[in-house]
Design a protein around this ligand. Structure first.
Ligand code: C5P
Length: 236
């Protein structure tokens, strides 16, 4: 399905950033039909949460495994093959050519799609310079987006501020998935460059990843519904 045909509710990916499986299962139960897509990252995956991927997929949910793989090609390929058996929709890898190629080849025919993280949003030009990179953030993001496109990567994780520029590089085929989304009036937490759900979607994002504004809401289900309503309005 092209990203433009996705239903508003399926564009909200709720990050299950919780300490254990029991807390995650309780949250999924509270959210019910309001949420169709979940993200499982380091915290839950390394606390025994990977079997939840299959459990959620069997319950009709989509799952995004956010483990940002990066290793030698053979190791990335074998890891991707194992993860592809869990029934997830998305898996993240870092946008290094060998890593992206290994993951794309390994998931062929499995239904799993690979998202590349171009440059972590916590890095600035100084961090890249300290790590020995020649390019600054803007140029490196662009180089890696072009490489991802050429290698057949399905989508990019990017900040809401980058979607317009990246869309020009990727064309309509690739999905743009953005964290850093905050409904008006909610806590920023450690996110600095944020956008409201409506503005992120109007700006070209296909999927929004939202964690704390749903996890920490007094009524998580109502918070998720409000975000979906805002996505719906932005798509009209
Ligand atoms: O709680 P919050 O809405 O900030 O959660 C955002 C989620 O997206 C977290 O799971 C975080 O790991 C992830 N993420 C991010 N910034 C990135 C990439 C991923 O916040 N650049």
């Amino acid at each position: 399905m092209p990203p433009s045909d996705i239903a508003p509710r399926d564009r909200l990916i709720v990050a299950l950033d919780l300490p254990d499986v029991a807390a995650a299962e309780a949250m999924v139960g509270r959210l019910g039909d309001s949420v169709t897509f979940y993200k499982i990252g380091y915290q839950l995956a390394y606390a025994g949460g990977l079997p939840l991927v299959r459990q959620l997929a069997d319950a009709g949910k989509q799952v995004f495994i956010d483990l940002k793989l990066h290793d030698i090609g053979n190791t990335v390929a074998r890891g991707t093959e194992s993860l592809a058996r869990l029934g997830a929709t998305f898996l993240t890898v870092h946008a290094f050519p060998q890593t992206m190629k290994a993951a794309v080849d390994a998931c062929a025919g499995s239904g799993l799609k690979i998202l590349a993280v171009t440059v972590l949003t916590s890095y600035d030009d100084g961090d890249l310079d300290a790590a020995g990179y020649r390019l600054g953030v803007t140029d490196l993001v662009e180089v890696r987006a072009r490489q991802a496109q050429a290698l057949g990567i399905d989508g990019l994780v990017c900040s809401p501020a980058e979607t317009a520029a990246l869309r020009k590089i990727t064309g309509p085929r690739m999905s743009l998935v953005t964290p850093g989304v905050r409904p008006a009036g909610t806590e920023l937490g450690d996110q600095k460059r944020i956008m409201t759900p409506g503005r992120a979607i109007s700006g070209g994002a296909d999927y929004l990843v939202v964690g704390r504004p749903v996890m920490e809401a007094a009524d998580p289900k109502a918070a998720a519904d409000a975000i979906v309503a805002e996505i719906t309005l932005a798509l009209i």
